[in-house]
Design a protein around this ligand. Sequence first.
Ligand code: FAD
Length: 380
Amino acid sequence: MRYDYIIAGAGCAGLSLLMRLLQQPQLNKKSILVIDQSQKEENDRTWCFWEKSTGPFESIVHHSWKEVNFYSDSFSSKLDLYPYQYKMVRGIDFYNYVIAFAKQFPNVEFRYEKVTAVHTAMNMAIAELGNDRVEGNYIFSSIIFEKPELEKNEYYLFQHFKGWVIETKQPSFNPSVATFMDFRVSQEHGTTFMYVMPTSATKALVEYALFTETLLQQNEYETALKDYITQKLGIQDYCIEHEEFGIIPMTNHPFPLQQGKVIYIGIAGGQVKGSSGYAFQFIQKRIKGIIDSLVKHDHPFIQQTLTNKKFHFYDSVLLQILQHHKMNGDSIFAAIFKGNEPKTVLKFLDNESNLLEDLKIMSTVPSSIFLPAAFKEMFR
Ligand SMILES: Cc1cc2nc3c(=O)[nH]c(=O)nc-3n(C[C@H](O)[C@H](O)[C@H](O)COP(=O)(O)OP(=O)(O)OC[C@H]3O[C@@H](n4cnc5c(N)ncnc54)[C@H](O)[C@@H]3O)c2cc1C
């Protein structure tokens, strides 16, 4: 059988695409095969992102905040995010929601297997599955088969983090204010911060995140979390209800958007913002673009825009500065949040700011560091 669409990898990007395909009357009768090596039954991650209005996954938003704290040695403040809200979606709620919705459609089939390769032959998209292979008009793949070969002047840092959902007996948190970034922790490894996402007076996700070239030992993440919880949050008595660990590439490597009939989505399609590690909303934007193209043009190919290229350039400049230790991330983020309205910073981090807003943000970071780095990127 030749499927209309094969979705290889049913995580954030694959299931977001599936949901949007099935919500679109012009596309929801297409034959769709979804393949993943895992049954998605675990709460393996928590997504946080900001949004102005209600989004496609509003009904499963676990908690949201209108205000967040920012802390660093040089600048600390409570930030009013209006018109944005910072939102949290738990992985397990997302997987259950999309899979339950998709199960109502007889034209959607799930297979739980490892995909070994995806490619195009005879104008067909092919997914190799060990001893079997499946064919489709298009494959949407979010599977990263190997780390990309880097060219000279491509930067590659890991954003790695460990998070605990902790529960306390006594009220310990204000569930209306999250901590977006707290840099008041050791910066010995590179850009390092904590974030705290309280969902009630007695429960919060506390996460330790770093942007570095190498990972830490597991006990180092745990020691940092324990120290922060006891010393900075002042909590001695707590239990760990849930744990998550993640590694995300922060790179300016240009991941291909498509090859033949294979369309890359998610991290595999370069949808992690190189300089911040945020991906959820970039994945949603790309999926929306693909759906719009399928409806309008009957194909899923979308090209890079000039705006994408502009922000890719900014990300490269920041990555260069971080990877070559020209300035610490804590000082950069502190300068940006100190000198600009939160809504402008969030718009910039969303790749949606205009040139004037970009220039305003750039005027708040040291030109002696950023101008030579930008010059180097321009002529590399
Ligand atoms: C713990 C964690 C927390 C994060 N928090 C945030 C956040 O707060 N905000 C944000 O914007 N971003 C966050 N991210 C980054 C990003 O949003 C997520 O990584 C997101 O899940 C990426 O979506 P994806 O579809 O590209 O990859 P995934 O969601 O990882 O999906 C890929 C799928 O492919 C499957 N797969 C892999 N290899 C194979 C194979 N060979 N065969 C078959 N199936 C395969 C996997 O099982 C998985 O289901 C986080 C990432 C992690 C890991």
